[in-house]
Design a protein around this ligand. Structure first.
Ligand SMILES: C[S@@+](CC[C@H](N)C(=O)[O-])C[C@H]1O[C@@H](n2cnc3c(N)ncnc32)[C@H](O)[C@@H]1O
Length: 294
């Protein structure tokens, strides 16, 4: 296996979208969009995955790749054209995303979700809870998860998924995990605050709050949670030091997301869409490349 040629262990940044290789990869994955103007963190996650797999020699017709919480993301279909086998797993047809990314029809008719022609014989779609992966130990060369870990049920639950991801990786295999990380967490966006609000409202407000679980901004990990509940329990080795710094220009267009789904970008322009403010805190995507020791 070869080495990484660039920094992948980082937060999403506007400067990344000036990189010719990243723009080229995005043109390949999303040919219908101009990556120079369509600057958003979801496509950045695709590019991180595609470039790191290329660096590591994983875009090879012998590779077995597992997507965890994969939904119907287009990178699944893109990968089938470049690797030997792709297993897509999610709780398809159940949970909060059943009518969105994780529709039950992915189990019966994945081709209806494909944005372009793909190698149907190389894609296996299975209903599977990330916390209990039904694959033998060491069965994949690479595992990836995009924008999903933070939805697995809170810190205690994501630990289980992190262990499972490590278990199914072969020695020397790689896990590429992208998740929503809080770059700024306001002190009021904390589990004890939400729990107190729940108690005071006799359980009518912030219903999902727990001792260790925020109710507001629940679906993003703090850097500490990322370390404690993903990286450490996985037992995998972080392939590069994690850089969570973000350039000042990236901060220029923080997009405020309201509970009713309304979005209000600071500049009035939707793109670049990289930082999101939820309540008083700000999140973006982070990419974490991990390797299983040999
Ligand atoms: C924000 S969506 C992201 C989907 C996809 N990775 C993408 O980027 O389009 C989060 C995904 O996590 C999945 N998910 C939530 N809990 C899960 C669990 N326990 N096991 C597996 N997947 C889960 C959801 O069904 C959903 O597809």
């Amino acid at each position: 296996m070869t080495d990484l040629t660039r920094r992948y262990a980082k937060a999403c940044d506007l400067a990344d979208f000036r990189d010719r290789r990243l723009l080229g990869v995005l043109r390949d994955i999303l040919p219908e969009r101009d990556p120079v103007t369509h600057v958003e963190r979801k496509v950045w996650e695709f590019a991180q995955l595609a470039m790191s797999f290329e660096d590591l020699g994983l875009l090879d017709h012998r590779s077995r790749v597992l997507g965890v919480g994969a939904g119907d993301e287009r990178i699944l279909f893109w990968l089938t054209n470049r690797v030997g086998e792709v297993a897509a797993t999610d709780i398809y047809g159940s949970g909060d995303f059943a009518s969105r990314e994780a529709g039950g029809s992915m189990l019966t008719d994945p081709s209806a979700h494909a944005p372009f022609a793909y190698r149907e014989d190389r894609l296996e779609v299975r209903w599977m809870d990330a916390r209990r992966l039904e694959f033998p130990d060491a069965s994949f060369d690479a595992v990836y998860s995009l924008s999903s870990l933070e939805h697995f049920g809170g810190p205690g639950q994501v630990d289980l998924a992190a262990r499972e991801i490590a278990r199914v990786l072969r020695p020397g295999g790689v896990a590429l995990l992208c998740a929503d990380v809080l770059l700024r967490r306001h002190p009021l966006n904390a589990a004890p605050v939400d729990l107190a609000a729940r108690a005071v409202s006799l359980g009518t407000k912030r219903r999902t709050a727990g001792l260790r679980r925020r109710s507001v901004v629940a679906e993003a990990l703090t850097p500490r949670e990322l370390l404690r509940h993903v990286i450490e329990p996985s037992g995998l080795e972080l392939m590069q030091p994690l850089d969570l710094s973000v350039s000042p220009e990236t901060w220029d267009n923080v997009c405020r997301l309201y509970p009713d789904g309304r979005q209000e970008p600071a500049t009035g322009s939707f793109f670049p869409h990289l930082l999101v403010q939820v309540d008083r805190s700000v999140l973006t995507s982070v990419c974490v490349p991990l390797r299983r020791g040999t």
